[in-house]
Ligand binder design. Structure first.
Ligand code: PGA
Length: 252
């Protein structure tokens, strides 16, 4: 059975104090909420990982990082390795977010290296894929997503691939308030699952969690998550307010 996941990507937001407050508000809400077997993942900036993993001892969420180095260890100033993340209790890591692909020019081969290093260190990659607006308008969205998966992930061996979580995030929907319609999300998620099935077989495809991301919020999460191939969400803006994030978690 594949897992339902709601992951909050804080991006580069919150100060230390604000982070402390937000985590505590989430914890209070999680204690009360019926989680319906939803795996909740909080992905703060690196600097708040320690605080977030400390609080996780008392609550029912896991901690994710927003990025990882494509290098293993050593003289790479400013980088954070998968080994370091693992030693801090991090269980998930977002890779290939469109903001990293565009602002930091992340390449497919770097993403493969990141995925391999994460898996070697027992961290589950949340791999983001998704098309730009012109790609969708010209009908190339399926091709783009196929290429992203092919190039970065489909070289992994089946045992490794089986641990990957996919997040479909149409770039035109990220932070714009324009959400993919439930039909558009379902159509792309079903397509991604069919690609996984062709490459790795039905069983792995059936068990891969595919999350939707892009202006998913407390109002639209329920209808998005009600689609058969949408297994949860990767939430940006709406995870910065505890009440909204908790409502999204409760949307299944
Ligand atoms: P958004 O971001 O929810 O603010 O659109 C989603 C994401 O970038 O993961």
């Amino acid at each position: 059975m594949r897992r339902k996941i709601v992951a909050g990507n804080w991006k580069m937001n919150k100060t230390f104090q604000e982070a402390d407050e937000l985590i505590n508000e989430i914890i209070d809400g999680l204690d009360e909420a019926n989680q319906k077997n939803v795996n909740v993942v909080i992905c703060p900036p690196f600097t708040f990982l320690e605080m977030t993993t400390d609080y996780a001892q008392e609550s029912d969420y896991a901690v994710g990082a927003q990025n990882v180095s494509s290098f293993d260890t050593g003289a790479y100033t400013g980088e954070v390795s998968a080994r370091i993340l693992h030693s801090m209790g991090v269980e998930y890591c977002i890779i290939g977010h469109s903001e990293r692909r565009s602002h930091f020019k992340e390449t497919d081969s770097e993403l493969t290296q990141k995925a391999e290093l994460l898996l070697k260190n027992d961290i589950l990659p949340i791999f983001c894929c998704g098309e730009l607006l012109p790609d969708r308008e010209s009908g190339k969205h399926f091709d783009i997503v196929k290429q992203q998966l092919d190039k970065a992930l489909f070289g992994l061996d089946p045992l490794d691939f089986a641990k990957i979580i996919i997040a479909y995030e149409p770039v035109w929907a990220i932070g714009t308030g324009k959400t993919a319609s439930p039909e558009q999300a379902q159509e792309m998620h079903a397509f991604i699952r069919s690609l996984i099935s062709e490459k790795y077989g039905k069983e792995i495809a059936k068990n891969t969690s595919i999350l939707y991301g892009g202006s998913c919020n407390a109002e639209n999460a329920k209808v998005l998550f009600s689609n058969p191939d949408v297994d949860g969400g990767l939430i940006g803006g709406a995870c910065l307010k505890a009440a909204d994030f908790l409502k999204i978690i409760d949307s299944f």
